[in-house]
Structures are given as structure tokens and as C-alpha cells.
Design a protein around this ligand. Structure first.
Ligand SMILES: CC(=O)N[C@@H](CCC[C@H](N)C(=O)O)C(=O)O
Length: 376
């Protein structure tokens, strides 16, 4: 792997062209063009919507090992000032999927030249940030035909140094559900509030009331999060707003808490409708199943990394992040791990700037693990 810096430059190319879920057309073409440059003898390439499956035929296969990389960006306006910053206004690879893709291409490149004993399936998955590509990809004919016996994935972690990975057996990431609430009242002149039903005031009250759910209704030992990330409403400063919309996400460690949180949201929203004489509609958008790492495979991987590489392994706590890779792990044994990339700004931040040395670290680590695992 003498030319690893090539994958840094690939990462920079991909960083310039972030696209949202199921619109990853340029990204898909970039990946396909690169894959075309590899020796094709052992490769089978199939596209699925804006995603790609690449199977690398092993030398004496007895199983298929899957490796998944997500490929979409976020609706975030980049503020890194980097020379290779996003060229797509209002969109950014602020969750590191540019890293995920270039690492996957690095590993794929190695195995295209040096096949493993087993078959390897590389899954370039769209729409992880929403509305979710993992479940439909899993249910696709291609994945049913090439269903891996095990599958793994990584996610960059700004809070860990380069040269470190972090994971744990069992629950790693939370159950998630998006949350959209539309409020409709009565607009009017700013000077006559008694003749209108103001949805800006209603939205503010609703946001405050929602805060009581986590603190008062969820078992403190069973964590949950409700974040409203976007609030919009009204038209101009001297008109009372007829509409307002809240956009957010719910995270829970258990499925029971997710049910409870939703019941409480619905009750509070009913109260808002009565109290503020408005109409409210709730939409839960897309939901992701928790990421649950297979105990035996995860512990084996952590021991492998400790014994056979110079990468440091941290046994971390579970996080309230969500990942639709959880759907794959619900059907296929495997695991996910965090890759240290040491950025002062965190995931989803407009100044996220992961350390590119982590790309080489991950490629080397994955090649040695997959080669070893495929030989078993
Ligand atoms: C790793 C990561 O950051 N994943 C996202 C997944 C988002 C799912 C969905 N759009 C939601 O907001 O519920 C995350 O925000 O955790």
C-alpha cells in the first residue's frame, strides 16, 4: 500500500461534492469511475439506486464478509475554509462519510489486487443521514443474493486521537426517530394579538414543554434525548404567524422508552391544541433501529487489534447517535466501531476537520483484520 496518500486525495475530491440522501449521483459516478480503474477479474459491481455493491471473489471462499460505507452528506453550510471545501452550497460532509468512502476504496483496492480467501462484499450505502438507505438496501434482491455472513462498518470519532479506535460489545448506538410537528393557528396584525392565534408563541411553549419528557417521564437509568434542531414560522416581523414547524429527533437506549416518549409527545401536543386553539400534526419521519454489536465478533476484533496492530483500542460507552447500519446488524452478525480522527469540532459541525492521517490507519487496520478473518 505504497500509495496511500491517493486515498487522501480521493477523500478531498469527495469532500467537494457532498449530496443529500438518494441524490448522491455525482458521488456514485465518482466511486464507479474509480472502481473501473481496478483489475476487474475478481470484481462484480452492481448499482442499487444511488448506492453500489462490489463483490470481490475470494481465492477459496466459504463465506461472504461485508463492509459497509455510507456516502451521503448533510444540509450544513461548510465553514472550514479548507481549499477543498464543499462546492455544493449548503451541503457538507459534516459526518465524515467522505472518510468512510475513501477508506472503503482503499481496502477494496488492496483486495482487488490481493484477494482474500473469502468473498468480500463492499456496500456503498446512500441516505444514512435520512431517510435511511440501509433497510431498503438490505431488503434488495442483490443483498439477499449476496447476503454476508458477517458485516462491519466504522464511523469517524472527532473526540479520539488518530491511532485509536473505540467500540464495545452489545448496544453501541441508540434507537432514533425523526420528529416533525406542524402547528396551524390564525394569523393577523401584530398589533391585535387577541384576534389571532400566534404559532410562534405556541411553538416556543411546545419546545419548553417537550423538555419535561426526558427529565420527568423517562427512567433516569434509561437515557433519552429530544432535540429540536430547527424551528420555523411566520413571514415578517409585524404579522402574527399562522404556521410554525418544529423539526427534531428522538433518541432512546431502549425501545420501551421510545414508545413512552412518543406517547408523551402526543399527549403534550394534544394539550397544546386545546390550550392554544390550534391544529397540530405530528410526523415521525424515518426511524433507525439501535446498533447492537455481536458480542463474540466484537471482542474478537478488539483482541485482534490489540495483539496484531499498533492501534489503541478503547472500550467506550454507548452513544445517543443513530445509525441505520443497526438494521443490517439486526439481521447479520457484525459490529461497528469509532475511528479516532481528532477534530476540535464535532460531528455535524460546520467546521468539522478530521485528521486525514486516520485514513491510512483505518485502511491498514481493516486490511489486516479482513485478511485474517477471511482466512478462518
Ligand atoms: C452517526 C450519525 O450522526 N447519525 C445520524 C443519523 C440521523 C438519523 C435521523 N436523521 C435522525 O435525526 O433521527 C445522527 O444524527 O445520529
Amino acid at each position: 500500500m505504497e500509495q496511500l496518500s491517493r486515498f487522501v486525495s480521493i477523500r478531498r475530491d469527495l469532500h467537494k461534492i457532498p449530496e443529500l440522501g438518494f441524490q448522491e449521483f455525482k458521488t456514485q459516478q465518482y466511486l464507479l469511475d474509480y472502481i473501473q480503474t481496478l483489475p476487474q477479474e475478481r470484481l462484480e459491481v452492481k448499482t442499487w439506486k444511488t448506492g453500489i455493491f462490489v463483490k470481490v471473489r475470494g481465492t477459496e471462499p466459504t463465506k461472504i464478509i461485508g463492509y459497509r460505507a455510507d456516502i451521503d452528506g448533510l444540509p450544513v453550510s461548510e465553514e472550514t475554509g479548507l481549499p477543498f471545501a464543499s462546492e455544493h452550497e449548503g451541503k457538507m460532509h459534516a459526518c465524515g462519510h467522505d472518510f468512510h468512502m475513501s477508506i472503503a476504496l482503499g481496502v477494496l483496492t488492496y483486495f482487488a489486487y490481493h484477494p482474500a480467501k473469502d468473498d468480500l462484499l463492499f456496500v456503498f450505502q446512500p441516505a444514512e443521514e435520512g431517510p435511511g438507505g440501509a433497510l431498503p438496501m438490505l431488503e434488495s434482491e442483490i443483498m439477499q443474493q449476496w447476503k454476508p455472513d458477517m458485516i462491519i462498518a466504522l464511523h469517524i470519532a472527532p473526540e479520539y486521537p488518530v491511532g485509536t479506535i473505540a467500540t464495545k460489545e452489545g448496544l453501541l448506538f441508540a434507537n432514533t426517530s425523526e420528529l416533525f410537528i406542524d402547528l396551524k393557528g390564525k394569523g393577523g396584525h401584530a398589533a391585535f394579538p387577541h384576534l389571532a392565534n400566534d404559532m410562534v408563541v405556541t411553538a416556543c411553549s411546545l419546545v419548553t414543554q417537550l423538555q419535561s419528557i426526558v427529565s420527568r417521564n423517562v427512567d433516569p437509568l434509561d437515557s433519552a434525548v429530544i432535540t429540536i434542531g430547527k424551528i420555523s414560522g411566520g413571514t415578517v416581523q409585524n404579522v402574527i404567524a399562522e404556521h410554525a414547524r418544529l423539526e427534531g429527533t428522538i433518541r432512546t437506549l431502549s425501545a420501551e422508552s421510545m414508545k413512552k416518549v412518543k406517547e408523551r409527545i402526543e399527549a403534550i401536543v394534544k394539550g397544546i391544541e386545546i390550550g392554544y386553539q390550534c391544529e397540530a400534526a405530528i410526523d415521525y419521519g424515518s426511524m433507525y433501529y439501535q446498533v447492537y454489536n455481536d458480542e463474540q465478533l466484537t471482542n474478537e476484533f478488539m483482541s485482534f487489534v490489540n495483539e496484531h496492530t499498533n492501534v489503541e483500542v478503547v472500550r467506550c460507552k454507548e452513544a445517543m447517535t443513530g445509525e441505520d447500519f443497526g438494521y443490517m446488524l439486526a439481521q447479520i452478525p457484525g459490529f461497528m466501531f469509532w475511528l479516532g480522527v481528532d477534530s476540535p469540532y464535532g460531528l455535524h459541525h460546520s467546521k468539522l476537520n478530521p485528521d486525514e492521517r486516520a485514513i491510512d490507519t483505518a485502511i491498514h487496520l481493516l486490511i489486516s483484520y479482513l485478511e485474517w478473518k477471511a482466512a478462518q
